[in-house]
Design a protein. Structure first.
Length: 403
């Protein structure tokens, strides 16, 4: 890790990732209470606003990736952080549901621009030997920011009576400050690194278009899609299933997100390192199979303590899907295409996050919560099948040429 952090640009990228996570944590800590207390929205309406966030990601992920190639990840990161900060700061002043939905859509659009820019910087500045570890650390730093931001919002609520508008505006200022710091601190030419000179076993590009790029990294796009589908559905409907059909107290279900995150924090960097060592697609296959079985077990476990353990293990197995997919695509695509490829990965995640709750709600309504959870567990077979059928997409699985 010390060797990795010697690079000023990597240190700056992680710091900006932490900054963005703090802004997210501040907003997420209060937004549902703000919408409930100030606007008297019910839970379906709040969920609809969240959908606009995912739609913004899905609609702008690929365009943001294209803009990175034209503007550079440094400039695109500054624009995205400023745009996100503006959208967040203006959110409490937007008139009614329509205005707030527009704000949330731009929130998602600029968020994905920031993610793609940060991911591109990290991939360009590291070698192929440690990208799983580096992207895993990226996930953990972002999660740490969520924790710090939530704590800041909690302290603010204790010290001041009316903090909603102040917290939104403060989160916007944090993001804007990160934009200025990034412009001043990051090198103007971030991609002038040795990674371009590394030997690769990747097949030569068969085309330069977006569809050609998507086909080359298709196996890396399947885990983010499934993860978005799974995560978007469980956050909304697993607590409902546990309270309505399993008799779990509602207060206990509030621990689920934290338990899943705990599994991520404890294991994501270790599993990313395993991907670097044994092959990212191999590890994706194993983790998807384990994660699917763990999700399946939730239906049959007899009490909440065992379910809580399963949720921690599910976080350990499934949260590394994103960093492993990032590392995998970076070995398949040309460094000049990292921005576009990261855009496609983020778009895949967002499409899954939009489709998952819509389909899961129908499954829950037409059948039961049990069937809904079973179908979410079965979704991970898509990842396992794709990792077998298209295993040659992973350069580490191709035979090396004899010289």
């Amino acid at each position: 890790m010390r060797e990795i952090l010697k690079d000023k640009n990597i240190r700056t990228a992680y710091l900006l990732c932490l900054t963005l996570g703090i802004a997210y944590g501040m907003v997420l800590a209060i937004i549902s209470l703000y919408l409930t207390n100030v606007h008297a929205y019910d839970k379906p309406t709040i969920a609809n606003l969240a959908t606009f966030f995912s739609v913004g990601i899905a609609a702008f992920a690929v365009p943001m990736g294209l803009m990175i190639r034209k503007l550079s990840p440094r400039v695109m990161l500054a624009i995205a952080l400023l745009g996100y900060g503006t959208a967040v700061a203006l959110f409490p002043f937007m008139p009614g549901f329509f205005g707030q939905s527009i704000s949330r859509a731009f929130d998602g659009a600029f968020s994905v621009g920031a993610w793609i820019s940060l991911e591109t910087i990290l991939l360009l500045r590291t070698s192929s030997l440690n990208r799983g570890f580096v992207t895993g650390l990226y996930s953990n730093v972002l999660a740490l920011g969520y924790v710090i931001g939530s704590a800041i919002a909690w302290v603010a609520a204790k010290l001041w009576v009316d903090t909603d508008t102040t917290v939104f505006m403060a989160a916007g200022c944090v993001a804007a400050g990160g934009a200025i710091y990034g412009l001043l601190r990051l090198d103007p030419v971030i991609d002038a690194v040795e990674v371009h000179k590394e030997p690769t076993t990747a097949a030569p590009p068969s085309g330069t278009g977006l569809l050609s790029l998507f086909w080359r990294i298709k196996t890396a796009c399947v885990p983010p899609f499934t993860y978005g589908y799974f995560q978007g559905s469980l956050v909304l409907y697993l607590p409902l299933f546990l309270t309505k059909e399993r008799g779990v107290p509602e207060d206990d279900t509030k621990l689920l997100v934290g338990l899943f995150s705990l599994g991520m924090v404890l294991f994501v960097m270790y599993i990313g390192h395993m991907g670097d060592r044994y092959g990212h697609l191999k590890v994706i296959r194993v983790m998807a199979a384990l994660g699917g079985l763990i999700a399946l077990s939730v239906v049959y476990l007899p009490n909440f303590p065992l379910i809580a353990i399963a949720v921690v293990l599910a976080g350990a197995a499934l949260s590394p899907m994103w960093p492993l997919a990032l590392a995998l695509q970076s070995l398949i695509s040309d460094p000049r295409d990292y921005g576009r490829a990261n855009g496609l990965l983020n778009a895949s995640f967002a499409v899954g996050a939009v489709a998952g709750p819509l389909i899961s709600s129908r499954v829950y309504e037409w059948y039961s919560g049990e069937v809904m959870v079973l179908h979410l567990a079965a979704m991970w077979t898509l990842v396992v099948l794709a990792s077998v059928v298209f295993r040659r997409d992973d350069p580490s699985q191709r035979p090396r040429a004899v010289r």
